[in-house]
Design a protein. Sequence first.
Length: 253
Amino acid sequence: MRNQRVWYHYLEDPYLHDSTDLVQFALCALPLFLILLGIGSAAIQSACSRAVAGEAPREGSPARLRPVLAVYVLRALVVWPLPVIVAVVADRFTGYHLDTPLPLERGTWPYILVKYSPLAALFVAVLLRLALTLAPAAAADGLGARAALRRSWSLTWTRVGAARVLALTVPLFVLTAGLLRLVTQVALPLRPLVRGLLEDATGNFFAAYYAGILAPVIVGILVTAAVAVPLTCTAFAALYDRLSPPRRSPAIG
């Protein structure tokens, strides 16, 4: 991007920056981000579940985190493919990139139904996500990945379970969203500071511009995660422990 800017400046032509390189870099970094997010969340969930169960802290082992990591992967495969596929199909039939109203005529009922079908798919995904909310806590309690998903489904799809999961999810969601908004607003002075430092150090105005925009958001996400993730994991671990049937002690004799 910097070389393109210098070249167009040499030619005395206006330069419209291309963000393709930044998008490719973000897509390449996404798997690493998801791996780190999964490992960190699994470790926190395991520690919170042990604290709720009153177990003594133990030395960490990747084997103890594998069921929780597997639950995250399976839950994502269950919840998110539907809204993604529906959104892609709806965009193919109703997107603004189409030069003609075909294959669906704009303003007709089929067009409206297809256009807003991603909202219905997202609603279904949210219901599935709520039904599988207790799966990481079940996996941290010793169940396998599929057994943890089934346990969360059976505990949640009851009158008592659904009400308690919803009553716990809504305040946690409001707290997380409010804290993210607050911290991001407080960190806004970082935007010109980061932009100025990176522009002076690299000479790349556009990279410094994007980094300045992202700096308050990154700070907000990190602070919010540090507060909300342990609280959320502990809350759902406690709810799972309360909803689970009591363990029977082995018979003596």
